[in-house]
Ligand binder design. Structure first.
Ligand code: CA
Length: 518
């Protein structure tokens, strides 16, 4: 194994350097609005440890996801391919682990590989020397997990456990080998259940609301009006913490209730109605969501410290990202799925001492599609032609190639499904978005000009002022669909069947509580 790595290193002129290690920190539903390094105008939260990666490395201002939902993004990280090429279209899909994946390639080249935390690809991880994953969506507290094929149960807050297990693996790894560690958090996914130590840590702070919290979708079409993901209509009692999350111990439940019950009682006595309910839910949502992010941030810090303690920080590339962005009340929404900016983009930081200028920023259009190519090239390994992203190494060196992507293809499939977001595909450029709701009963085109309409409120598809852009974007969309080999018709496996992916658990294991949630 080592000789293969060595010969490849020689062939690519890396003979002097030891192969780099890779730490990939992947969050679930973490969004740039919640990270201080991104300088969001609402200044919701300080995230010193994530910001540290930016300060010591590079912040990517616009990282895009090909299909804004959990499982599909995870399949992209494994394969470097779009959903229509890796076969994982929606959260009812099952990952075909027989296809080439980045972890398998690194493992074959002599890397020690581990994935810890959220996996969400239904089939068991392949290409890992060690895996310790949540079944399905997983639970926020006292999670059942699967460790190298064996069911185990843990007590504690899942974000902390994932951080601890990641550090533990790092300390006990085979130190003669380079490594890939994928440390993948469940948080801050719905139902945004904070660590008990963070309950109330922001006091009675009132968070500013986004300008579009009461969007009526008048400037867009039926698809936006008919979704089911608003704070007004879709927020559940569990989302609002009117009922506690599952699986708390009696002692934990006591602490939980001591915090939420007085607040809930106050809310009940206020007898809220109309918009006041939305105002109240937004505050509840922000307090809980941001508390979940705070715990992730602390665990990011823990892992960065462990890299230093292990003496490997210098030769380790750290990437932090999320499977997609998330709405924090924009357009009245929570959740993701749309080509609209908050869920299309995702946080992306990279640190690699000596290779990336500290404190640098890149405005280039990058994607989570680029992650496997980047790791493979940095390891001196060939990048398979079937991968559809591109290595970020030139960008790390501060040199964006002249032919770097200036447009990006997006495709969402999960309908009918949770939150009723209709199937759509489209093309994105720095300025515009052109997208198509293509089901026969919803056939419509939308053109958004982000330059004049940064909040993405108005469809200008039929506005003559944008006719030239519209024609160019149609041509670009056709070109991208051809280049990326998007089938003319969606294949049968892209259709979400009720219950698909939920019944089929890791071989022979009964689904623990919480595993079947989307
Ligand atoms: Ca997600």
């Amino acid at each position: 194994m080592k000789s293969l790595l060595l010969s490849l290193a020689l062939a690519t002129g890396l003979q002097a350097a030891a192969p780099p290690n890779f730490v990939f920190i992947f969050c679930d539903d973490l969004t740039v609005q919640a990270i201080s390094a991104y300088g969001h105008k609402l200044k919701l939260l300080e995230t010193p440890h994530m910001d540290r990666i930016a300060r010591e490395g590079m912040l990517f201002e616009r990282c895009l996801v090909p299909n804004s939902i959990c499982g599909p993004s995870r399949a992209v990280i494994q394969t470097g391919k779009y959903s229509h090429r890796n076969g994982f279209y929606h959260n009812g899909s099952r990952f075909d682990s027989s296809q080439p994946t980045m972890p398998k390639m690194l493992q074959k080249a002599g890397y020690q590989t581990a994935v810890i935390g959220k996996w969400h690809l239904v089939s068991d991880p392949v290409g890992f020397d060690h895996w310790h994953i949540l079944p399905g969506q997983g639970l926020y507290y006292n999670p059942p997990m699967i460790r190298d094929g064996q069911q185990v149960k843990h007590e504690g807050y899942t974000t902390d456990l994932i951080g601890d297990f990641s550090v533990e693996w790092l300390k006990n790894r085979d130190k003669t080998k380079p490594f890939l560690l994928m440390s993948q958090h469940k948080a801050p996914h719905r139902e945004w259940a904070p660590a008990l130590r963070h309950l109330g840590w922001q006091g009675d702070r009132v968070f500013p609301e986004p300008a579009t919290l009461f969007d009526d979708y008048a400037g867009r079409g039926r698809a936006e009006k008919e979704q089911d993901m608003t704070l007004e209509k879709t927020f559940t009692e569990r989302d609002a913490k009117l009922v506690p999350p599952p699986n708390l111990t009696p002692a934990q439940l006591k602490v939980w209730n001591a915090y939420y019950e007085p607040l809930n009682e106050k809310m009940r006595q206020a007898s809220l109605s109309g918009k006041d309910i939305v105002h109240w839910r937004y505050q509840r949502y922000m307090h809980d969501y941001l508390a979940c992010v705070k715990a992730v941030d602390e665990n990011v810090g823990k892992l960065l410290d462990a890299l230093e303690a292990e003496g490997v920080a210098e030769n380790t590339m750290v990437i932090l990202s999320s499977d997609q962005g998330f709405y924090l009340g924009e357009h009245g929404w929570f959740d993701k799925r749309w080509i609209y900016e908050e869920s299309l983009t995702t946080p992306f930081f990279a640190r690699w001492p000596g290779k990336i200028q500290p404190g640098s920023r890149s405005p280039a259009m990058v994607s989570i599609l680029d992650v496997p190519e980047t790791f493979l090239e940095a390891a001196g390994l060939p990048v398979p032609a079937e991968m559809q992203g591109r290595s970020l190494l030139p960008l790390f060196a501060g040199k964006t190639p002249a032919d770097w992507r200036k447009s990006f293809y997006y495709h969402y499939y999960e309908f009918p499904g949770a939150h009723s977001v209709r199937k759509h595909y489209g093309v994105v450029t720095d300025r515009y978005k052109l997208f198509h709701f293509y089901e026969p009963d919803m056939n419509s085109w939308t053109l958004i000009d982000r330059q004049s309409d940064p909040d993405e409120m108005t469809n200008v598809y039929d506005d003559p002022a944008h006719a030239a852009a519209r024609a160019d974007l149609h041509a670009e969309l056709t070109r991208l669909r051809t280049e990326l080999k998007v089938p003319e018709q969606d294949p049968p496996e892209s259709v979400l069947r009720p219950g698909a992916g939920k019944a089929k658990k890791a071989a022979g294991k009964k689904a623990p509580a919480g595993a079947a949630k989307k």
